[in-house]
Design a protein around this ligand. Structure first.
Ligand SMILES: *[C@@H]1O[C@H](CO)[C@@H](O)[C@H](O)[C@H]1NC(C)=O
Ligand SMILES: *[C@@H]1O[C@H](CO)[C@@H](O)[C@H](O)[C@H]1NC(C)=O
Ligand SMILES: *[C@@H]1O[C@H](CO)[C@@H](O)[C@H](O)[C@H]1NC(C)=O
Ligand SMILES: *[C@@H]1O[C@H](CO)[C@@H](O)[C@H](O)[C@H]1NC(C)=O
Ligand SMILES: *[C@@H]1O[C@H](CO)[C@@H](O)[C@H](O)[C@H]1NC(C)=O
Ligand SMILES: *[C@@H]1O[C@H](CO)[C@@H](O)[C@H](O)[C@H]1NC(C)=O
Length: 477
């Protein structure tokens, strides 16, 4: 494996040298974001944006847009660095910032509102639009020699190395990669390249990866359809009729059923440039606004037409078509924590697909840690601990799997409070010091209550039935 990965690693090093020259250009420097138009509050954290220069190896130098939001609640000088990536392929991580887990979310009037569950409460979060042509990154060639998983891995690694050269204070800092959907391929490949390339821990101190509703396997129509059908059957059963799938869903699933979250309605009035079923007009108009682009340092040469997802990239992109379980095991072997979390109401990448992949690993023997409900703290008066979903663990806890109640494809969008808790637990598990604990005493008490309940068969079944019903797991017990 070392020999195979040698050349992919060398190229970013060369491209780093190359980009240092290009970065005489103003927009390649680290550039603070001072004033964002229509931002409804005054942020007390620092932000930077601009380009990172990289190469995929076969093509020339490419400029990828990045946006770094430093931590608002933890000392930014010591807080970990989290790279967030959206999937597609072809979808923009900056879109993820403004509608998923960033410090501000675009509202219907194309204003930016505070997100109380922003991930930069706990970490410095770096968003990169990748590969070329995605989001605010410069357009690149739309051919499969550059738009494929191997080329994207080299491009992402090169961009990351450029980031460390622009922001030396992050060298050796605890580093995590998180993302969702097709980033379920990008992230393990990038993590493997970091591990195999020996960049850790002096420069890239990779501690863990977290993927939400990831695609980790080649798309297999019959396996996906079977898992989707299990989900709609569970929904159907709760509605009083099992077979809703064949009646209305199958023929036009993108309209009568929101594939990102089966209990949410689907918006489809206009031609969507982003995710189906989502009215992203306001977000797209914000990022196409010249004043917003200038605030982000993009008043230079290239005329861009921002889309949340670029169809041309999606169609040209060539997938590697292998599963990434081996990459997860490699990370576990190198003590890199792997968290796979999955919003249970996702029809697009149904929960059963990830479960099938993980069934190839032996589960950890302790039943309480390997197969149990997990709790999150809803930190509001009168609430406290709530069921978050089901969890299992593998390879001595180094691979963790969590389903998420009430969430679809994007956990942090649908259930932002649970998304933040997932991040908190993930960071705390991989670091020696647990920080930012909410409901700490109550948590300890209820965890033992849950453990006691689980020892009594009837209570255990009741809890399991509740979760299975709520999570649409009908066929899995
Ligand atoms: C992609 O990279 C892997 C690992 O380096 C290698 O085995 C594979 O042949 C490459 N695939 C292509 C299409 O280049
Ligand atoms: C930033 O603002 C938030 C929200 O008002 C506050 O809770 C937080 O403590 C502030 N952080 C710093 C470092 O001042
Ligand atoms: C979609 O969003 C835009 C911008 O917020 C809004 O003007 C429009 O009315 C929305 N469309 C529908 C059908 O809600
Ligand atoms: C799906 O569409 C086809 C052709 O439009 C139609 O013949 C068929 O009855 C439809 N099936 C269902 C389940 O609605
Ligand atoms: C581009 O942005 C820079 C810094 O934000 C500003 O000084 C410059 O005037 C802008 N140029 C144009 C053409 O808007
Ligand atoms: C992980 O470690 C096990 C046990 O040492 C070894 O058999 C396996 O080949 C390793 N796998 C990878 C992908 O590194």
């Amino acid at each position: 494996a070392q020999a195979q990965l040698e050349s992919p690693i060398m190229r970013p090093v060369l491209s780093l040298a190359l980009c240092l020259c290009c970065c005489a250009l103003a927009e390649c420097q680290r550039r603070r974001v001072e004033e964002l138009p229509r931002l409804l509050f005054r942020p007390n954290f620092t932000q930077y944006s601009g380009y990172l220069t990289s190469s995929s190896g076969s093509g020339g130098s490419r400029r990828l847009f990045y946006w770094l939001v430093e931590s608002s609640h933890v000392d930014a000088a010591t807080a970990p660095l989290v790279l967030w990536m959206n999937g597609g392929p072809g979808c923009s991580s900056v879109g993820g910032l403004l509608m998923t887990n960033g410090p501000f979310l675009a509202n219907d009037r194309a204003e930016l509102e505070r997100n109380d569950f922003a991930w930069n409460r706990l970490a410095n979060v770096l968003y990169i639009d990748s590969p070329s042509g995605v989001g605010l990154s410069e357009p690149g060639p739309t051919d499969p020699t550059e738009l494929n998983d191997n080329a994207t891995t080299r491009l992402n690694l090169g961009a990351l190395l450029h980031f460390y050269s622009l922001f030396p204070e992050y060298r050796g800092r605890a580093f995590y990669i998180a993302g969702e959907s097709y980033a379920g391929i990008y992230i393990p490949l990038l993590a493997s390249a970091i591990i195999e390339g020996g960049h850790r821990p002096g420069l890239i101190n990779l501690k863990g990866i977290a993927v939400g509703n990831g695609l980790h396997v080649p798309f297999d129509r019959s396996a996906f359809e079977a898992s989707r059908r299990a989900l709609t059957d569970a929904l159907g059963a709760s509605l009083g009729r099992t077979k809703i799938y064949s009646v209305k869903v199958q023929n036009n699933s993108m309209r009568t059923l929101n594939p990102y979250n089966i209990v949410q309605p689907c918006y489809y009035e206009e031609d969507v440039s982003g995710y189906p079923c989502l009215n992203s007009t306001a977000l797209v108009s914000y990022l196409n606004d010249k004043a917003a682009q200038a605030a982000l340092g993009l008043n230079d040469t290239v005329a861009r037409e921002y889309s949340i997802c670029h169809k041309s990239v999606f169609h040209a992109y060539k997938q590697l078509k292998r599963d990434v379980l081996e990459d997860f095991v490699r990370m576990a072997n190198h003590s890199v924590l792997v968290l796979l979390y999955h919003g249970a109401l996702d029809y697009l990448f149904p929960v059963g697909i990830t479960q099938q992949l993980l069934e190839r690993l032996p589960p950890d023997p302790d039943p309480l840690s390997s197969q149990d409900v997990w709790l999150y703290c809803l930190n509001e008066p009168g609430y406290g601990l709530q069921i978050g979903g089901v969890q299992r663990s593998y390879l001595g806890g180094r691979i963790k799997y969590r389903t998420v109640i009430g969430a679809g494809h994007s956990v942090a969008t649908d259930r932002p409070e649970i998304g933040l808790q997932l991040l908190q637990d993930f960071l705390a598990t991989s670091a020696s010091d647990a920080r930012f604990e909410s409901c700490p005493t109550e948590k300890a008490e209820s965890a033992s209550i849950a453990a006691n309940a689980a020892e009594q068969p009837s209570a255990r079944i009741a809890i399991a039935a509740l979760c299975i019903c709520a999570l649409g797991f009908r066929d899995r017990i």
